[in-house]
Design a protein around this ligand. Structure first.
Ligand SMILES: Cc1cc2nc3c(=O)[nH]c(=O)nc-3n(C[C@H](O)[C@H](O)[C@H](O)COP(=O)(O)OP(=O)(O)OC[C@H]3O[C@@H](n4cnc5c(N)ncnc54)[C@H](O)[C@@H]3O)c2cc1C
Length: 387
């Protein structure tokens, strides 16, 4: 399908596609097997200016666009979504600064992120606060011109590898969700360390780690927006980042379809290529159609965000939920097309199926996305009735 990309967008997509083929494909199994953070590849992406795509031009970026971020994430995910998420999590960690940072904060951090010199991470989740993000227990207490942070964040992508962390903390527990704040924490700050590094089902090249704060003192000027804005910042960040998860899902599914089609054209059973069996053809046709539908939704949402539409929570949730459910189904079907070979590590589809699962879980589970969509539908209907 033609999405009428600009020449620049085509160039960015080609560059990401080429790097994924040349630099990621040869090491994808090794990264997965060893659960190794892909530093060499991250450096290559930085040198190719791909971290600049999601940073505004004023801060040494190429425009700060969601659409371009989705293109790069999709192309990397086609080959290895562990690499893709290490890249995209840096956009997630940067978004609170891009959307809510002061001029000083933007000037200090964004150019280093744009160059790929420093990765970022976003820390919200805790052991007792997953979907119920307002239940976070990590506190930041104001003392003079500093905040003192205590608590532990868990499952933070790029944890330990990133230099810059945007973290959601409770500054006034009494106020509930209005008592949270977003604060920037730099890696080498005393009192900030990294706990358990998780071993995972998929996206194993990415780092998922605890962030541990013990009397960690942060200058008050590192607060993003104002004290009490933490949840608004987190929610607006997710609204802008969820199409990126959609793009990750589209990329994984496309990669799985590519392998399945190639395999079906080679594998001979009953004296003929399995691609000549209608049962296989229909599976491939459904996979391709579902991928295209998800891609169209993700791209349309990214374009809405880039054109400045203010409330994209519903569309953002729709693109994440649709693309990730599609991805899970398509990767399972890809394994089926390959039969027993699909189950073996010699072929990439088993990894793709493992990688697909996370897209239904992180940045808000698909149940939570459906809650968001339904809430918006009901609100929209109520406001129509009022008129
Ligand atoms: C690999 C990985 C990387 C991650 N990276 C990050 C990161 O970089 N930063 C970060 O802050 N977090 C990160 N997370 C956390 C992730 O966002 C959470 O796992 C997710 O939000 C769900 O929280 P939970 O796992 O605690 O599930 P829970 O909230 O405990 O949910 C368990 C089940 O109950 C369902 N459920 C819960 N509440 C409701 C409800 N109200 N209605 C219907 N169903 C409901 C859920 O959908 C789910 O099926 C990561 C997680 C993983 C696994």
């Amino acid at each position: 399908m033609d999405y009428f990309l600009t020449e620049d967008q085509k160039m960015i997509r080609e560059l990401a596609r080429r790097l994924a083929q040349e630099k990621v494909a040869p090491v994808v199994s090794e990264l997965d097997e060893k659960e190794e953070f892909p530093w060499e590849i991250i450096k290559e992406l930085g040198q190719a200016d791909l971290f600049r795509v999601f940073v505004p031009e004023e801060y040494e970026g190429l425009g700060g666009k969601t659409f371009e971020l989705c293109l790069v994430t999709e192309e990397l995910s086609r080959i290895c979504s562990g690499v893709a998420v290490s890249y995209a999590a840096s956009a997630l960690g940067s978004l609170p600064i891009i959307l809510f940072g002061s001029e000083t904060q933007k000037k200090r951090y964004l150019p280093q992120i744009a160059s790929g010199e420093k990765l970022t991470a976003f820390g919200l989740t805790e052991a007792n606060a997953g979907s119920d993000a307002a239940a976070i227990e990590t506190t930041a207490v104001r003392r003079g011109d500093k905040y003192v942070i205590n608590g532990t964040k868990q499952w933070i992508t790029n944890g330990g590898e990133a230099e810059i962390y945007t973290v959601i903390v409770m500054t006034d527990k009494k106020k509930g969700s209005r008592g949270a704040s977003a604060i920037i924490v730099e890696k080498d700050t005393p009192g900030f360390s990294f706990g358990k590094k998780e071993r995972k089902m998929g996206i194993r090249a990415s780092a998922t780690t605890e962030l541990v704060f013990q009397d960690c003192e942060i200058p008050a000027e590192n607060v993003l927006g104002k004290e009490g804005m933490g949840f608004i910042i987190a929610m607006k960040t997710f609204d802008a980042s969820r199409p990126g998860i959609g793009a990750q899902a589209v990329g994984i599914a496309q990669g799985a379809l590519d392998v399945a089609v190639g395999y079906a054209r080679e594998r001979v059973q009953f004296g003929q290529k399995i691609s000549s069996f209608q049962a296989i053809q229909h599976m491939l046709a459904d996979m391709a159609t579902q991928i295209e539908a998800a891609r169209a939704l993700v791209y349309a949402t990214a374009r809405m965000i880039d054109s400045g539409v203010k409330d994209v929570a519903k569309e953002s949730a729709m693109s994440k939920v649709f693309a990730s459910d599609m991805c899970m189904k398509v990767t399972v079907d890809a394994v089926q097309v390959l039969g027993g070979y699909g189950y073996m590590k010699d072929y990439p589809v088993e990894k793709m199926m493992r990688d697909a699962k996370i897209t239904q879980i992180y940045e808000g589970t698909n149940q939570i996305q459906r809650n968001i969509i339904a809430l918006h539908l009901i609100k929209e209907a109520a406001s129509r009735t009022k008129k």
